[in-house]
Ligand binder design. Structure first.
Ligand SMILES: *Cc1c(COP(=O)(O)O)cnc(C)c1O
Length: 391
């Protein structure tokens, strides 16, 4: 089948919930992907950060291939060889606690919301404060947690117990707290909201409020986690640990896996039978995630992310001096947004025509988030294309 035939088949049989660029992607290696017609693209937006180590990282491919020969699925009424090992790895890199495995970011956040409800329920607390312009997923509870009406419209009535307040505004959080409040959920860098970086005082302030009032502080690190910001987890930049952290996107190096990490204080809140996920923590997904940790360490990818993030930022700042449409560049390491004074759609389209894949968030923020293996040459090439695409 050719590209047109494949697209026609989608139109006939796949529910059209996505706006798709008319390209069929058939192969990926590192920062390169190829379409069915043999065109090669430079990928500076690998699946919303999913392919954080680039496409088909050999260590991930090998780990998965080896495990596939042993067993594919082990149900969660038994133990598999790898869930405990991966949980230990996550804990060693984050904070003292335990992990629940699932398959996606929304599901990880659902787990966090359920933990919060379960913890608050003896005190009659259930409300959760989230931020405007946040993004937490597409299930009913997580679209309600998401402080953007466009994701909620048409799905009312929404579940009760969610309130969203302006981002980076401590007073707004304080004012929103009632005796029903059980916790706060926040992204350290809002991804879908347009790469909005949380302030240090803000995050320290949220921690203080939660400690004072015995509220649960949830950091949604689904997009920021696993090294993209130059630290394994973005909260390390702030020196403030959450009570609960959620992960997904790049955790599995391309394979679906999500995790909800709860600090030691909340052990025993979720008891046997209270929460589950059929596919959660499958040995295949765990083998991929363990390989991701290994690759980051072995190939010193955090150091590369910081170096290349700095270089990319510098090149984009240079570009900004020549392009009046660039209003601001912000982010950390390889999670960068460029706010424009115009809509970004045409520029994304122009880049695509020149075989560079980027993204636009929130209408006017170009998002560049190459895999952690990126090098100078690739950055130079991408910035050159962006330059031309803005003419
Ligand atoms: C993508 C994303 C989610 C949702 O993840 P899914 O795997 O699509 O369910 C949640 N939170 C943040 C911050 C995200 O970027």
């Amino acid at each position: 089948m050719n590209t047109q035939e494949i697209i026609r088949q989608y139109e006939g049989f796949v529910i059209k919930t996505y706006t798709r660029t008319p390209v069929v992607v058939v192969k990926g290696k590192g920062l390169k992907v190829w379409d069915l017609d043999g065109n090669e693209y430079l990928d500076f937006f690998p699946g919303w950060a999913v392919s954080g180590l680039g496409h088909c990282h050999p260590m991930v491919v090998n780990a998965v291939r080896n495990y596939l020969k042993k067993i594919i699925h082990v149900p969660n009424n038994y133990y598999n060889m790898l869930q405990g090992k991966l949980a230990q790895k996550i804990i060693e890199h984050s904070f003292k606690g335990k992990v629940f495995f699932c398959n996606s970011g929304a599901e990880a956040n659902e787990g966090a919301i359920k933990l919060l409800r379960a913890y608050g329920s003896p005190k009659g607390r259930y409300e959760i404060i989230t931020m405007k312009d946040s993004f937490h997923g597409r299930t009913l509870a997580t679209i309600t947690a998401t402080g953007q009406p466009k994701y909620q419209k048409g799905f009312e009535p929404l579940p009760l117990g969610f309130k969203s307040v302006p981002f980076n505004d401590l007073k707004a959080v304080r004012d929103a707290i009632t005796d029903k409040t059980a916790g706060i959920m926040v992204e350290l860098i809002q991804g879908e909201g347009g790469i909005n970086v949380a302030g240090e005082d803000y995050i320290a302030g949220l921690r203080k409020i939660c400690d004072e009032k015995d509220l649960i502080l949830i950091f949604d690190e689904v997009q920021t986690g696993m090294g993209r910001t130059g630290k394994m987890f973005c909260f390390e930049h702030y020196g403030v640990a959450p009570d609960v952290m959620t992960l997904a996107k790049s955790l599995g190096g391309g394979l679906p896996i999500g995790a909800m990490v709860a600090s030691a204080k909340f052990q025993g809140v979720l008891k046997p039978g209270m929460h589950a996920s059929t596919f959660g923590g499958s040995p295949i997904a765990c083998s991929a995630a363990l390989a991701v940790f290994e690759a980051i360490k072995k190939e010193r990818l955090l150091a590369n992310t910081n170096q290349m993030g700095g270089y990319l930022m510098q090149r984009l700042e240079e570009l900004k001096t020549r392009k009046s449409i660039i209003k601001e560049i912000r982010g950390k390491a390889l999670m960068i947004g460029m706010e424009l004074s115009i809509e970004g759609r045409d520029i994304v389209e122009n880049c695509f025509k020149q075989k560079l894949l980027i993204n636009c968030a929130h209408g006017n923020v170009l998002r560049v988030m190459p895999g952690m293996i990126v090098n100078r040459k690739q950055i130079d090439k991408a910035v050159g294309i962006l330059d031309k695409a803005m003419n």
